[in-house]
Design a protein around this ligand. Structure first.
Ligand code: 13P
Length: 250
């Protein structure tokens, strides 16, 4: 059985003192969960968050990285740098980065390879726009994004990639995909992986749902056959709300 993985994506929010207070508050509330609990925090919070999360079951991730190890890339942070301070996870190809910072399926693929080269676990985002959904292209878009993202990875790397299905129209809008719809899209992603890497591997890949996940809808979403947890934006900024998402089954 696949484990549930519940990750917060703080986006461009939280100062170091707020991050530390958040983690101190969250740790006792989620200490008994079987789920993997991850907080993907801004670069400036990483070190403080890692220190505060020591001796808890909370893992820390970054929200982006560059694919080169080092060099003349002003303002960028590499996988090697993240690894050097103890970061375990990194979000790659979030739709906000694709939309505002020109990330493409190809750069996403390069970043995933660089993440693995530095022993970081990538959380790779895919998802359709409202326009694509309305013309019936959801499956085509998300399977193509998945295929290019995973291109050239070893079977073991594919198995260790976390995919987050985040329909763009559901992000920050309060509109959630129905559990059935989200589950069907995630099944399509899993089938695409099975086609290229075999059912055995596809069955092991963690595929999350993201887009207006809250404590009130987490149970319905996470109880479906194929949704293996969530990538949570706004609701991950409140300790109680995020803890209730992690503890959705209680
Ligand atoms: P919201 O949960 O705020 O809709 O954001 C989802 C998201 O983009 C997580 O990466």
């Amino acid at each position: 059985m696949r484990r549930k993985v519940i990750a917060g994506n703080w986006k461009m929010n939280m100062l170091p003192n707020e991050a530390m207070a958040f983690i101190e508050g969250l740790a006792p509330l989620v200490k008994n969960t079987d789920a993997e609990v991850i907080l993907c925090v801004p670069y400036t919070d990483l070190f403080y968050s890692l220190l505060t999360a020591q001796e808890t079951n909370i893992k820390i991730g970054a929200q982006n990285m560059h694919w080169e190890e080092s060099g003349a890339y002003t303002g960028e942070v590499s996988g090697q740098m993240l690894k050097s301070i103890g970061v375990e996870y990194v979000i790659i190809g979030h739709s906000e980065r694709r939309q505002y910072f020109n990330e493409t399926d190809e750069t996403v693929n390069k970043k995933i390879k660089a993440a693995f080269a530095n022993e970081l676990k990538p959380i790779v985002c895919v998802g359709e726009t409202l326009e694509q959904r309305e013309v019936g292209k959801t499956e085509e878009v998300i399977t193509a994004q998945t295929k290019i993202a995973l291109d050239g990875l070893t079977e073991e790397q594919v198995e260790n990639t976390i995919i987050a299905y985040e329909p763009i129209w559901a992000i920050g809008t309060g509109k959630t995909a129905t559990a059935e719809d989200a589950n069907n899209s995630i099944k399509a992603i899993r089938n695409e992986i099975a086609k290229n890497y075999g059912q055995n591997i596809a069955d092991k890949v963690i595929i999350q749902y993201g887009g207006s996940v809250k404590a009130s809808n987490a149970k319905e979403l996470f109880s479906t056959s194929d949704i293996d947890g969530g990538l949570v934006g706004g609701a991950s900024l409140k300790v109680e709300e995020f803890a209730n998402i992690v503890n959705y089954s209680i």
